[in-house]
Write a protein that binds this ligand. Structure first.
Ligand code: DOR
Ligand code: ZN
Length: 434
């Protein structure tokens, strides 16, 4: 009757950890009960079983920059980090701004071993309505300042895009940095070579101004707004019921103090911030911050080891986000409920990824198996991303023992998922089947 029944596991169910058995049929959770009769048993003794992580912010670089990452390497890193669904962002080459480029991305994603959504890029001339009907997850990230990929929009383009997105009923994801503030500050820092000046070139004020503007435009357009990778205490104050946001582990765990250790490797947009900002972000996880997403943005060492102004912005993170946050649970910084809410339940709910994000009957059997006692230091050599390095080198983490996507084991200490097993999860607007 069931394909397999998990026995002896502790499951995260309805906000608490309980001993129960879980049956899987055709990749879905078909029953949760005390004692389920079964022919095929998976003994999960000693494991804590959580819903697979839904990471709504990754840059898998494929098509176009596959020396940094491709859908197989990126999704392998995801699986090894307990991430069972990713949402890929549009600054690839070509950018995902037309139906044609969306098709190219879907084809590239046929290498994925985890399930995925795809976001549409917002630039002038982008086919927003068509992409929405084709099933993209959300719009953006929309760049208010130059970052990776030359996809910046000006005020008019932003406000027009928000009107269209509102009409469609979609969500606008904003990379909130203000171009004017950045240009002005950067001009004053020309000639300086200490990597830490990068934080000064994109100050808190830049995020604050950009969020204020995005909210103003979104209110006029009546558009649903999501702020990507929030990084400042000033930015946080704008968050409310109507504006969702995500935080990245690098802003929770690294600060300007890490410039010394990381040099240009620490360059990321928005940049590393102060201890005070970091504290505000941890506090924000209790209320205003509903989502943790990695902003996995791999670049290879050769690219990153340049002077601070020439190095590309971005750090890898899809494989380390759950392990680092599980360690934060162990250290008492957040609760397990908070972690599962921010990393699985909320991202699936906010972005309409049906069947994902929670352990309940009818949902996909996307599960991650943990041994909470198994603390290890992070080592670049164990990572699966093509980046080949991590900003979290040496930090303590709890890596999954096993990861399951729709009932199939994709990682069990080794990556065992079949290339192409991952499925496209269409967004709320899908009407065109391509
Ligand atoms: O640091 C960043 N890198 N910030 C972004 O917004 C883009 C990302 C990338 O794609 O490398
Ligand atoms: Zn961004």
């Amino acid at each position: 009757m069931f394909d397999v029944v998990l026995k002896n596991a502790k499951l995260f169910l309805d906000g608490e950890v309980r001993e129960a058995e879980l049956a899987i049929t055709d990749g879905r959770i078909s029953k949760i009960a005390k004692d389920i009769r079964a022919d095929d048993i998976l003994d999960a003794r000693g494991s804590l079983v959580l819903p697979g992580v839904v990471d709504v912010h990754v840059h898998f670089r494929d098509p176009g920059m596959t020396h940094k990452e491709d859908w197989y390497s990126g999704s392998s890193a995801a699986a090894a980090g307990g991430v069972t669904t990713v949402v890929d962002h549009p600054n690839t080459t070509p950018p995902t701004t037309t139906l044609k480029s969306f098709r190219v991305k879907l084809k590239a994603a046929r290498k994925s071993i985890v399930d995925f959504g795809i976001n549409a890029g917002v630039v002038e001339g982008a086919q927003l309505e068509t992409l929405w009907r084709a099933g993209i997850t959300a719009f953006g990230e929309i760049y208010m300042a130059e970052s990776m990929g030359k996809m910046c929009v000006d005020d008019d383009a932003l406000s027009n895009a928000l009107k269209t997105i509102a009409q469609l009923g979609g969500i606008a994801c904003i990379h909130a940095e203000d171009e004017r503030v950045i240009k002005e500050r950067t001009r004053k820092l020309v000639g300086k070579t200490d990597p830490s000046v990068y934080s000064a070139s994109r100050p808190n004020e830049s995020e604050k101004d950009a969020i204020a503007k995005a909210i103003r435009f979104a209110n006029t357009a009546r558009c649903k707004l999501h702020i990507c990778h929030i990084s400042t205490r000033e930015g946080l104050r704008f968050m409310s019921k109507n504006v969702t946001c995500e935080v990245a582990p690098h802003h929770l765990l690294l600060t300007e103090k890490d410039w010394n250790r990381l040099g240009s490797l620490g360059k990321v947009n928005p940049p590393l911030r102060s201890e005070e900002d970091k504290r505000a972000l941890w506090a924000g996880l209790q209320n205003r911050i509903g989502i943790i997403a990695s902003d996995h943005a791999p670049h290879i060492l050769e690219e990153k080891e340049q002077d601070i102004w020439s190095a590309p912005p971005g750090v890898p993170g899809v494989e380390t986000s759950l392990p680092l946050m599980l360690h934060a649970v162990k250290a008492g910084h957040i609760s397990l409920q908070c972690l599962v809410g921010r990393m699985a339940i909320n991202p699936a709910r906010v972005f309409g990824l049906n069947g994902k994000g929670d352990i309940k009957v009818g949902n996909d059997a996307d599960l991650v198996f943990i041994d909470p006692k198994d603390v290890k230091p992070i080592k670049a050599e164990n990572m699966h991303s093509k980046a080949g390095w991590t900003p979290f080198e040496g930090m303590h983490a709890i890596f999954p023992k096993m990861t399951m996507v729709r009932g199939a084991i994709v990682y069990d200490g080794e990556v065992v998922g079949e290339k192409g097993y991952g499925r496209f999860i269409p967004g709320r607007g899908r009407q065109i089947y391509i």
